[in-house]
Design a protein around this ligand. Structure first.
Ligand code: ATP
Ligand code: MG
Length: 470
């Protein structure tokens, strides 16, 4: 284990050295400072576990130094050293956040006891912090990969709205992680202890829609043998996730609109409306704006649902996430398949990164699951992964390479079109002839190989060539 690190502040050089020796002998790392200013500078550089400061420093006040240290590091325990008779000051120091005090002179035993107490309190604080962040990860972000700038930006937006009750519309292509994001929002909201209820609007029968959403009383219709709670009520105090909301028939949209607007539901067969406290997150892979224009989605409902619209970018627009996602899915598939696969060969990873992934994260997940099942070695090789078209390969060449390829094809084409007439070709390209010729040379394109080139053009060119060379 690493030594715990103590910051010691005393303007008396002799005492400072003595204290340093005593603390080092107890097994601590020690940074001695003779001024509060120096100590603060040190505290900015090093995460100390504890600070010990004399109350009376030359020209400075130990209390103020303590306060400044705490402002910098609120969890840092600070022990004050006081001369006999200044105990009221020490008490004041504790009121201002110091951990405790020692009255000079003190022996090793007292010193050690006070330090141990302070450190154990600090260890506990750190442990609680660690556990808190662990819990948050467990229920929120541990399994969500979002390293790319596009996703980081999205998470910043999510962080801003998660804790409000604002209705959110998640839109993005199929498999981009809309449901994942809805859960992240719920888990990071103050409703996280409440239920998360998901409804797939595309899967629900029109005739049952109302009773599913709002519930029904006993005998409301022939098959209603008992009363049934609706999803709105089930989500009370939590979040209702309306997935594929764009697939909903217009007749249902009217009914949903009322509930969303009023936050009030009426069970089928009942006269009374009841208030519900739900946060609504809707998701769609349709262009709802377009659906409104062509009349398949109600404008007023769209307006109600898209209070905060959040776009989940397709995977091809955040390829930086692919290696991490791949590794994440590999880990999970390996566990499920009980296999011994460690990772991807560089060629396999390359193939994953350049794939257009029309089915987005879900398609990637399935591809890796399949590769793991098929694998016979400890690394996934490209042959186990979906193949990528040549055009996708070329899309992902480095810019200079792609540019050169384009330029070469362009020049060749131009020469053919102009029948090898360099003047005209150069004119088309918006270049001086000398420049144009330079470009031809760069790509090893010799105009004399171009069919239909006039003799004089070739002579002219040879002249140009000399000109360039000289
Ligand atoms: N950022 C991510 N990190 C880890 N896994 C993810 C991430 N995004 C999506 N997934 C996984 O990809 C799959 C698809 O995600 P999800 O179901 O949330 O997508 P969707 O946008 O709701 O898709 P659809 O439009 O088809 O309903 C799930 O298995 C999910 O766990
Ligand atoms: Mg979904």
């Amino acid at each position: 284990m690493e030594h715990e690190h103590i910051l010691v502040i005393d303007d008396d050089e002799g005492l400072l050295q003595l204290l340093k020796m005593r603390l080092s002998a107890m097994g601590f790392a020690v940074t001695p400072c003779t001024t509060g200013k120096a100590a603060l500078a040190e505290a900015k550089k090093t995460m100390f576990n504890l600070a010990i400061t004399d109350l009376r420093l030359n020209g400075e006040n130990g209390l103020e130094v303590t306060e400044e240290l705490l402002r910098l590091r609120p969890d840092l325990p600070v022990i004050i050293l006081t001369a006999h008779g200044s105990i009221p000051n020490a008490v004041e120091a504790m009121q201002r956040g110091a951990f405790g005090y020692l009255t000079k002179p003190f022996d090793d035993k007292e010193l050690k006891e006070t330090i141990e107490k302070a450190l154990s309190q600090q260890r506990m604080t750190l442990e609680i912090q660690r556990l808190k962040s662990l819990v948050k990860e467990l229920y929120g972000l541990e399994n969500v990969v979002a390293r790319s700038p596009a996703m980081q930006q999205l998470f910043q937006q999510v962080a801003q709205v998660a804790d409000s009750d604002a209705t959110i519309l998640l839109f993005g292509e199929t498999g981009t992680g809309k449901e994942v994001m809805a859960r992240v929002i719920h888990t990071n909201s103050r409703r996280s202890k409440g239920p998360f209820v998901a409804l797939n609007c595309a899967a629900i029968q029109e005739t049952l829609f109302e009773s599913e959403l709002f519930g029904h009383v006993r005998g409301a219709f022939t098959s209603a043998h008992g009363p049934k709670k609706g999803l709105f009520q089930s989500a009370n105090g939590g979040t209702l996730f309306l997935d594929e909301v764009g697939e909903m028939p217009l007749s249902m949209q009217v009914k949903l609109l009322r509930a969303v607007q009023e936050r009030e539901v009426r069970e089928v067969g009942s006269e009374l409306s009841t208030k519900v406290d739900v946060r609504i997150i809707a998701a769609t892979n349709k262009d709802l704006g377009e659906a409104v224009k062509n009349g398949s989605f109600r404008n007023d409902l769209y307006y109600r649902l898209s209070v905060v619209p959040l776009h989940i970018p397709p995977l091809r627009e955040r390829r930086d996430d692919i290696p991490l996602l791949a590794q994440h899915f590999l880990k999970m598939s390996v566990k499920r398949a009980n296999k011994d696969v460690r990772g991807f060969t560089p060629a396999a990873l390359h193939r994953l990164v350049i794939n257009p992934w029309a089915g987005n994260v879900r398609e990637l997940e399935n591809a890796i699951e399949k590769a793991v099942v098929l694998s016979r070695q400890d690394m996934i090789t490209p042959d186990l992964l979906p193949s990528v078209s040549a055009s996708a390969e070329s899309q992902l060449k480095p810019l200079t390479e792609a540019k050169e390829e384009f330029e070469r094809a362009y020049l060749k084409n131009l020469l053919q079109l102009t029948g090898g007439n360099i003047s005209r070709a150069a004119q088309f390209a918006g270049r001086y002839r000398a420049d144009f010729y330079k470009m031809l040379r760069k790509y090893g394109l010799h105009p004399s190989t171009t069919k239909g080139m006039a003799e004089e053009e070739i002579e002219e060119l040879e002249g140009d060539q000399k000109l360039i060379k000289s």
